[in-house]
Design a protein around this ligand. Structure first.
Ligand SMILES: Cc1cc2nc3c(=O)[nH]c(=O)nc-3n(C[C@H](O)[C@H](O)[C@H](O)COP(=O)(O)OP(=O)(O)OC[C@H]3O[C@@H](n4cnc5c(N)ncnc54)[C@H](O)[C@@H]3O)c2cc1C
Length: 401
């Protein structure tokens, strides 16, 4: 038997509505944030402050932070459940989900001093760690080629990095106090492997803005509060580097598995929302003297999307269980993300088509959610890159990039 498969034999996956109290409580919170709330934010490109505050006060954004640092120390599955329920209720966690996975980089690779300095504030909501600066305009998916450069300056008063470069699509930067920033600390031509020489800095944006850091919003198809960031001789104290210098790519990869699982969980919630909305409308809307849902051309795409969602959910649960057990889960997290976001996209298409012209009217919320799930084919990782990963690492085909 393949060793990877043998290593998974002792892992079990819960079925059904696990964490029922959390699910119920999240649903209750979401009832206070109906479609009108999200539509209004969408029109104004505004940040859902009240929603993020409600989640923070309920402790849900701190579920992954260990109790000793002020969180509830629950496993990733609890975060998955929270995010899935938020999206199934028609809300969006896009404004605050990053805290759940970026915080993991600090938790796994930060020093004790850094954890004590930042985690309690993040847990209470006093400090927001919502920004994650990886993508750059000229390098895109080819992360190891990033150009943002941090040079170490020795100083008797305390060593620091001087950072220069540019990031793009850095979501939530205007609503975050801290940013996890990937930089190159050793030039690419001085390392033996291209994955070496990258480091992760935790930038305090409250001090940095106006002192070498400029944030400009990007107007986009979805209200994701996304920005571009210009970095010009920004000073970052060396004690804000997470882990060892040069090992940042590995730290980021570690966090990406959690990110993929979290994105997949949100997509599952979206898929459930679309399927329910479509099935309800198909049953109620009468044309040609009968409900449109009596036509198989209308009901089959909805049924198919439901089946895809249930199948994707199994994969998400598997990836989450492997993550919780500390087993390798890159392949499973990638596959879960691909399946769940495709299920959500197919559900969105079926829902929009079922609503006919009304699907395009903002008041039905379908077109907004449809735009939101479309993004997931590209971010946080594009579908092609997942397929390339599986082709190379699972199926041993030649590397394509
Ligand atoms: C709303 C939104 C929010 C985002 N938030 C963040 C954030 O908070 N932080 C952050 O760092 N980034 C963020 N991103 C960036 C996102 O992660 C990238 O857009 C994504 O990783 C793809 O990179 P790119 O846009 O540069 O596309 P490119 O890398 O230029 O790729 C363009 C297309 O070509 C395909 N492609 C490229 N290379 C290959 C290949 N070798 N084989 C096959 N196909 C290939 C890709 O799949 C893609 O479809 C966000 C993006 C969006 C749209």
């Amino acid at each position: 038997m393949n060793q990877a498969i043998a290593d998974q034999l002792d892992i079990s996956v819960p079925l059904g509505e696990d964490y029922p109290e959390i699910r119920e409580s999240v649903r209750r919170i979401c009832q206070d944030f109906p479609g009108e709330y999200w539509r209004d934010l969408d029109e104004r490109n505004a940040y859902p402050d009240a929603f993020v505050k409600a989640l923070t006060e309920a402790g849900y954004l701190a579920v992954l932070i260990p109790e000793e640092y002020g969180g509830s120390g629950l496993p990733l599955r609890a975060a998955s459940v929270i995010l899935e329920e938020i999206h199934a209720a028609g809300c969006s966690a896009g404004a605050c989900h990053a805290q759940m996975y970026t915080m993991g980089t600090l938790l796994r690779h930060g020093s004790e001093e850094q954890k004590r300095r930042f985690l309690p504030g993040i847990a209470s909501g006093e400090l927001r760690l919502q920004a994650f600066g990886i993508t750059e305009p000229t390098t895109g998916s080819d992360t190891t080629q990033i150009k943002t450069r941090a040079e170490l300056v020795k100083d008797p008063k305390g060593d620091y990095y001087v950072v220069n470069g540019q990031k793009v699509w850095t979501s939530r930067a205007l609503y975050s106090d801290l940013m996890m920033l990937l930089v190159r600390t050793t030039p690419a031509d001085q390392v033996t492997k291209k994955t070496e020489g990258l480091s992760v800095l935790l930038v305090d944006m409250r001090e940095a803005r106006g002192n070498g850091l400029e944030i400009r919003p990007i107007k986009a198809m979805v209200n994701h509060n996304t920005t571009e960031i210009f970095i010009d001789n920004l000073k970052v104290p060396v004690e804000n580097r997470i882990g060892e210098a040069g090992k940042g790519f590995r730290y980021i990869l570690d966090g990406m598995n959690a990110e993929r699982i979290i994105a997949a969980s949100e997509a599952l919630g979206d898929a459930r929302w679309f399927v329910k909305k479509a099935a309800t409308y198909a049953t109620e809307r009468v044309v040609f003297g009968r409900p449109i849902g009596k036509n198989q051309g209308v009901q089959f795409p909805i049924a198919r999307a439901h089946i895809e969602t249930v199948a994707a959910e199994m994969m998400v649960r598997k990836a989450t269980a492997l993550f919780a057990a500390g087993r390798p889960c890159g392949e499973d997290a990638n596959m879960a993300k691909l399946l769940a976001t495709e299920a959500a996209w197919h559900a969105a298409e079926a829902c929009l088509q079922t609503h006919g012209g009304f699907g395009f009217a903002s008041e039905y919320d379908v077109e907004r959610k449809w735009r939101e799930v479309r993004v997931m084919q590209v971010a946080p990782v594009s579908t092609n890159l997942i397929l390339a990963h599986v082709a190379e690492h699972t199926l041993s085909m030649p590397r394509s990039y």
